[in-house]
Ligand binder design. Structure first.
Ligand SMILES: Cc1cc2nc3c(=O)[nH]c(=O)nc-3n(C[C@H](O)[C@H](O)[C@H](O)COP(=O)(O)OP(=O)(O)OC[C@H]3O[C@@H](n4cnc5c(N)ncnc54)[C@H](O)[C@@H]3O)c2cc1C
Length: 244
């Protein structure tokens, strides 16, 4: 498949958890990347094994002078090696945006946005759009974040700030490995799917977005279908490896 790539410049690199890297880019031609919250891009690169590409969700809302991705390292991963070696000023080949994991124009009482690890980044990009939609349509939003521990909750400040100023937006962080000594009311232990029961998901009113770990998505979809959710009310973005 031929990709229409464009050059972009790395404008920032920062660690957003002890292991996850956030990279910021600007298109070299100075234009803004024209994307919708929830879209992903492909990063194209060449290494000893040849040319390849990997996909990453855009992690910030449209309209900013740069676009960001967050990368979780994978042992011996080709893109991991390439992306973690980048520095400010480097040129990168990118294609996109792509994808259908976006908020559609439709009525919905509640969005349930579920993500594991870096799979929460599309929801960070959606925050302003969600706030507008909640105001216009009185929709509610539950954001469910599944990570191993509090320190892996990337972009936590942005989600917490949004939950504070947006009535109807609730945040739930679920830690699979380690609970903090003094948990906050939005924090609990277990897998993120464990929250579905207590949130009383409604197959007729809710729309569920699932992003990240493929196992989480498969389990969540099975649970939702068993509770009567029609496929059209379930949206998913699996972070599949190119080699999987
Ligand atoms: C639509 C889409 C969006 C994505 N968005 C993001 C994103 O925002 N952030 C992000 O970090 N990733 C994202 N991914 C995953 C990303 O594209 C790469 O697959 C990931 O970064 C690993 O690439 P790599 O080249 O480093 O590893 P590879 O060289 O592809 O894999 C190295 C080895 O590790 C295994 N492996 C690969 N991934 C994993 C894993 N997650 N867990 C365990 N073993 C693994 C492979 O099977 C292989 O054996 C997305 C994937 C898709 C399809």
């Amino acid at each position: 498949m031929a990709f229409d790539t464009f050059p972009a410049i790395v404008t920032g690199t920062r660690m957003v958890t002890p292991t996850a890297l956030c990279l910021a880019f600007r298109r070299q031609d100075g234009q803004l990347l024209d994307f919708k919250p929830g879209h992903f891009i492909n990063v194209h690169f060449e290494d000893q094994q040849g040319e390849t590409h990997r996909s990453y969700s855009v992690a910030n809302p449209p309209g900013e002078d740069h676009f960001e991705i967050a990368v979780a390292p994978v042992e011996d991963g080709r893109a991991t090696r390439y992306l973690f070696g980048l520095k400010e000023g480097d040129k990168v080949n990118i294609s996109g945006p792509y994808g259908r994991f976006v908020l559609r124009e439709e009525h919905c009482d509640r969005y349930v946005l579920v993500g594991t690890g870096t799979g929460i980044t599309p929801y960070r990009a959606m925050l302003p759009q969600l706030a507008r939609r909640m105001k216009e349509n009185h929709a509610r939003v539950d954001v469910l974040i599944g990570v191993r521990s509090r320190e892996e909750f990337l972009f936590a400040d942005d989600f917490l700030a949004a939950a504070q100023v947006t009535p109807g937006l609730r945040l739930h962080a679920r830690y699979s490995r380690q609970m903090p000594g003094l948990p906050q009311s939005y924090e609990s232990q277990g897998y993120v799917q464990g929250l579905f029961e207590e949130l009383e998901l409604d197959p007729e009113q809710d729309i569920v977005y699932l992003c990240g770990n493929p196992n989480m998505i498969d389990e969540a979809v099975a649970w939702l279908k068993s509770r009567g959710f029609p496929v059209k009310r379930i949206r998913r973005e699996k972070y599949l490896s190119a080699n999987a």
